[in-house]
Design a protein around this ligand. Structure first.
Ligand code: NAG
Ligand code: NAG
Ligand code: NAG
Ligand code: NAG
Length: 791
């Protein structure tokens, strides 16, 4: 027994010639592979083939295998279905027919169908595995569960695996999951928490099959190997723009119940295209085999991406989609879906290296051709006086061609006016014989072209990574949530937009062409085809801004987007007026989540805002270090300050941390802030104070029942919040009510009850602090969105 194991170890070590394979040293032994959903479409099309490939590659590695196809049907019904699938697996070209037949026969013999429905089924499976191990007298190496089932079933299956199918002792457990991983940030977080109670992070393998595509997997190695050419030009001075494009010709007929809830942004942009973007822009890892470093560098990109607002996206929907929805979802003729089937999104990375470089992410159904690529277009400063056709004057670009399109095969293309790339490795070859095609504006002969020597299926590639325990081509929980953090606000703001309707195929013509202007993207052509009933029940006047009175003060109301736009415009007007008059604008801003939309708007659109003359003050702060995510200042920094050109010395965070402790009375932080205000702000009267209001009617950090109206003349005070963190620093009513202008921003359906209540109650700041906002000589304006106003 010991002798056998020893020999197996020797075999494995002798085989694992390149360091990567041995990255996570695993002891050889028995491996159980369980495909839950083993007779489903994905399993049939890719997974069994992938595991067969794995089996063939591992057959002399010292590992032994058993394969289980699991499903809800009883074995007597499904066994024959599985058998048909297994019969269809095939060998790669380099395996002889005879050997292939033998391997297939072995593989089929090792594969069984099992009903996996109840907890008992999983317990039985576990018992079965243990028995086999004992009978054969072999050590267990690990268990691999591939969940090829709808996402709603993940948590339950993961729980069953944890409670009954964990291998004993040192054997590994790996559980593979397919997208969708949630629908937005919150649902992704809920799913992650549920899975986290059953599985450790290192046991989870979230698949994005794009990362298994040969060209996608080569992006980082290509960048590394050609670093001596790329390093000087991989930056804002040389890159004109980056395009990441996945065009499809198919419609989504038959998949509507799924698709209509997701749409192209969730289906393609949030995952596949975002992953490619991070691979193109992440800092080059020192060690490409270190999953930790690769994932960390990718995560850093999410932290640096500017927020995506409504003006950074255009959406479309193919014309027959509406009818397909009506049919498949059993809806009436007046049902309108605004789910986009096409989207073009403009992203910017706020790092010195990429500042101002537009990154376009584009995908759609029913387009003119099927193709996927990422293109880095470089600036070309050449002017050819005589020979305009000289290569020097042609586009300078690198194209990662994932597949299909005019080229038909996956390839990395470097235009000859850039450099001759290093040949990557023996698995890649240079192509010198070309058919007569153009790729993205250049004839193929104007490129250096490299292609994989042998095409490999993405799933097979990823399955071999899972087996080797290499995690760099999978999505970690942290990266997943960061990606949803980027996309969720955009999805929310698009929820009320109507997509442009396009006819589909080559008839689309230039209808979906987009142009980038500053930080905005828009359709190039102004014509919008809106079929008569496309607007549904909404008419144009529903989207306008309305003015009125609320609690005998002025009120502006509109849908969220327009409301924020209006508030931003009002704020800019006030700023310009103050600067004209006194050369300076004193602005006090609240924390909380409501103003974030305003901050994004200001950061992305108000380039003419007089930031240089603006002083930014805090309305309130939580007693935590300024660098904590909970800090209002941190939030203000992340969402606004870091994106605008405001002098550092105009920024005034509240001194909540003094003498290395937080908000201690005798440290005098509140007084300090008050003195700073008195010194810099004429008459301690801010030009503009932005406030929000909480569900309990608190405003600033002035909470109900805390006698906040009794703070007298002091401008700044330490206060107590009923929710954590309890300690706060806040401007008082004395400070707020001295302001020239106060804006109270209220948004969201959740605030409707509160607004109804506030419309009726008398002033009572002790009970409803917000009713204490009464500027003595200034003007109060309520900005209330329709959701909050109308419920
Ligand atoms: C798995 O189940 C056990 C109880 O059977 C529990 O203690 C553990 O926290 C669960 N989760 C993980 C990640 O092991
Ligand atoms: C690179 O990372 C792998 C995996 O973490 C590790 O085994 C290897 O030693 C590292 N190589 C270097 C040169 O640090
Ligand atoms: C469609 O609606 C009809 C009538 O309400 C119902 O009988 C039928 O089962 C529905 N079909 C689907 C697919 O929901
Ligand atoms: C300060 O405010 C007072 C009263 O509002 C005003 O008369 C004076 O001009 C202001 N001073 C400056 C420097 O703006």
């Amino acid at each position: 027994m010991f002798v056998t194991v020893f020999l197996l170890l020797v075999t494995l070590c002798a085989q694992g010639g390149n360091g990567e394979e041995r990255e996570e040293a695993q002891r050889p032994g028995h491996v159980s592979v369980v495909i839950v959903g083993g007779t489903g479409d994905l399993a049939k099309k890719y997974l069994w083939q992938g595991f067969f490939q794995l089996y063939v590659n591992q057959v002399s590695s010292g590992n032994t295998f058993s394969f289980y196809g699991g499903g809800l049907s009883p074995a007597d019904q499904a066994t024959s279905v599985l058998f048909e699938i297994l019969k269809a697996v095939s060998c790669s070209k380099d395996v002889s027919q005879e050997r292939c037949a033998l391997l297939k026969e072995q593989f089929i013999r090792l594969s069984k169908y099992r009903q996996l429905k109840t907890l008992e089924d999983y317990q039985d499976l576990d018992k079965h595995i243990e028995q086999e191990l004992q009978q054969e007298g072999i050590l267990e190496a690990g268990r691999l569960f591939y969940l090829s089932v709808p996402a709603f079933a993940y948590a339950d299956i993961a729980d069953k695996i944890n409670s009954s199918c964990r291998p004993t002792s040192r054997a590994w457990l790996r559980v593979v999951l397919e997208k969708p991983f949630g629908h937005d940030y919150r649902s992704a977080q809920v799913l992650a928490t549920q899975l986290g109670s059953s599985l450790k992070d290192e046991e989870m393998y979230r698949i994005d099959h794009y990362l298994g595509k040969q060209v996608v997997a080569k992006i980082l190695p290509f960048r590394k190997e050609n670093n001596k050419f790329l390093d000087p030009i991989w930056n804002k001075h040389h890159i004109e723009r980056v395009e990441i494009v996945l065009k499809e010709t198919l419609n989504v007929k038959g998949r509507i119940p799924f698709y209509d809830q997701y749409g192209v942004v969730r289906d393609v942009l949030q995952n596949h295209l975002t992953e490619v973007m991070t691979l193109l822009t992440a800092r080059l890892p020192m060690n490409l085999s270190s999953s930790e470093e690769v994932l960390r560098n990718k995560l850093q990109i999410f932290r640096s991406l500017l927020p995506l607002g409504k003006n950074q996206a255009v959406i479309g929907q193919y014309q027959t989609y509406k009818t397909e929805v009506q049919q498949e979802l059993n809806k009436t003729k007046d049902h309108v879906s605004v789910t986009p089937t096409f989207a073009a999104v403009l992203a910017y990375i706020d790092e010195a290296q990429y500042e101002g470089v537009p990154i376009l992410l584009i995908s759609g159904k029913m387009l003119d051709e099927r193709v996927g690529y990422a293109r880095i277009l470089f600036k070309n400063d050449m002017f050819c006086l005589q020979n305009h056709n000289s290569i020097h004057c042609k586009p300078k670009q690198i194209v990662f061609h994932f597949g299909h399109g005019s080229l038909q095969y996956p390839a990395v293309l470097v235009s000859k006016n850039l450099f001759k790339p290093v040949l990557m490795d023996s698995e890649w070859k240079e192509v010198t014989e070309h058919t007569d095609v153009n790729v993205l504006g250049l004839h193929i002969s104007d490129y250096y072209v490299q292609t994989p020597t042998e095409p490999r299926e993405a799933y097979s590639e990823l399955i071999s990574h899972i087996f080797a325990g290499r995690k760099n081509s999978f999505i970690s929980t942290e990266n997943l949530l960061a990606s949803w953090g980027l996309w969720t606000p955009l999805l929310n703001s698009l929820a009320s937009s109507f997509p442009r309707i396009y006819p589909g195929g080559s008839d689309n013509g230039d209808l979906l062409d987009v142009r980038v202007r500053g930080k905005d993207i828009s359709y190039n052509s102004e014509v919008v085809i809106i079929s008569n009933d496309q607007m549904g029940g909404a008419s144009a006047k529903d989207f306008q801004v309305m003015q009125g009175k609320f609690r005998s003060a002025d009120m502006v109301s509109a849908w969220a987007e327009e409301l924020v736009e209006r508030l931003a415009a009002d704020m800019q007007e006030a700023a310009e007026a103050a600067v004209r008059e006194g050369g300076v604008f004193h602005l006090a801003l609240s924390g909380g989540s409501t103003p974030l939309a305003l901050f994004h708007r200001l950061a992305l659109h108000h380039f003419s805002f007089p930031w240089k003359e603006t002083h930014v003050w805090m309305v309130d702060e939580r007693c935590v270090p300024l660098t904590e995510l909970e800090s209002n200042f941190r939030s203000l920094h992340d969402h606004l300050l870091q994106h605008v050109r405001i002098p550092y010395y105009n920024i005034h965070p509240m001194p909540v941390q003094l003498n290395q402790r937080l908000c201690v009375e005798e440290d005098g932080g509140a007084l300090l802030y008050e003195q700073e205000v008195s010194k810099l702000v004429n008459g301690s009267s801010f030009h503009f104070v932005l406030l929000g209001v909480g569900y309990d009617a608190h405003t600033a950090s002035l909470f109900p029942g805390s006698k906040v109206d009794e703070l007298g003349e002091s401008l700044v005070a330490l206060t107590e919040s009923p929710i954590k963190p309890h300690q706060r620093m806040s401007l008082t009513f004395s400070a707020i009510n001295r302001a020239h202008r106060v804006a109270l921003l209220v948004m969201g359906k959740g605030k409707h009850e509160l607004i109804t209540q506030l419309s009726r109650v008398k002033d009572n700041p002790d009970k409803w602090p917000v009713t204490g906002v009464k500027p003595a000589n200034g003007r109060l304006v309520w900005y209330i969105d329709y959701d909050a106003l109308l419920g």
